[in-house]
Design a protein around this ligand. Structure first.
Ligand SMILES: C[S@@+](CC[C@H](N)C(=O)[O-])C[C@H]1O[C@@H](n2cnc3c(N)ncnc32)[C@H](O)[C@@H]1O
Length: 256
């Protein structure tokens, strides 16, 4: 099985307890959707990479006439979806959706695209969207985990081999344009989380299943390098603790 998928399966039961940052991003994305989608929306809304269904939980009560499709490739995440006759859970890859062409009115995805090939994700979103259908995506871009990258560099290691390689804002924008999706707004926000120590910081990543990388990686750090990394990271400590930053790109777009 794909190691990223396996890792999200393992994290399914701890995800909601650890995923404060993920909930913060999802809350802000769904609040934004509510400003754009009228309360009598009665079309199909697809959540790509739905996880435990946090976004659906925010949207289902506000759209009593809508039909929801929730897709995730980690089946144990899907098992956590709240039961609702209007929400259909599908175990599938968002790069290859088992959904008819042009069926979806509104596509949303919160913090899943960074695990995918943005070009393929955008192309597939464009395929399932109706013409003029809207897309709302929050994803991580370059600059995410910059403190960890700095610590690894201090230890003489290549961050690309140890951290999730995020796409840039410009690459996402070109992927959307190439898929015939018109970008309406793009906004970046840096969210910094604070941790008592390095082990709590690592737990915030592992607990949501974000510890396996899609790219080929080098073996785990040995004890000596890990100690060196912790020492370098301690240099970033402030009164709030150790920082870990996420660069979140929020996109609102429309299929041409
Ligand atoms: C960080 S979680 C976000 C979950 C949810 N959207 C939220 O806001 O709480 C990322 C989710 O995307 C899913 N995912 C990652 N890559 C995927 C892919 N290619 N196809 C389908 N699901 C994917 C993972 O299994 C995981 O449940």
């Amino acid at each position: 099985m794909n190691p990223v998928r396996q890792s999200f399966n393992r994290a399914a039961s701890s995800y909601d307890a650890v995923g404060d940052l993920q909930h913060q991003v999802a809350t802000s994305l769904t609040a934004f959707i509510k400003t754009k989608l009228s309360a009598n929306f009665d079309g199909h809304l697809l959540d790509a990479g739905c996880g435990t269904g946090y976004c659906l939980g925010q949207l289902v009560p506000s759209y009593p006439a809508a039909k929801f499709i929730a897709v995730d490739f980690a089946e144990r995440m899907l098992q956590q979806l709240p039961a609702d006759p209007r929400a259909l859970g599908i175990n599938a890859n968002l790069e290859n959706l088992p959904v008819c062409t042009g069926k979806i009115n509104t596509y949303l995805s919160s913090l899943a695209w960074q695990w995918c090939d943005a070009t393929r994700a955008a192309k597939e979103a464009a395929r399932v969207l109706k013409p003029q259908g809207e897309l709302f995506v929050a994803t991580l871009v370059t600059g995410t985990f910059q403190e960890l990258a700095h610590g690894l560099q201090v230890c003489g290691l290549n961050p690309d081999q140890h951290l999730l390689r995020c796409t840039s804002r410009a690459q996402i924008q070109s992927a959307l344009e190439a898929a015939d999706i018109e970008v309406l707004t793009l906004s970046s926000t840096r969210i910094t989380t604070w941790h008592a120590d390095f082990s709590a910081l690592r737990h915030s990543i592992r607990g949501v299943g974000a510890n396996h990388l899609p790219q080929q990686t080098t073996p785990a750090l040995n004890r000596q390098t890990r100690m060196q990394l912790i020492e370098a990271y301690e240099g970033l400590r402030t009164a709030r603790g150790l920082p870990l930053s996420y660069e979140v790109l929020t996109i609102h777009a429309r299929k041409r």
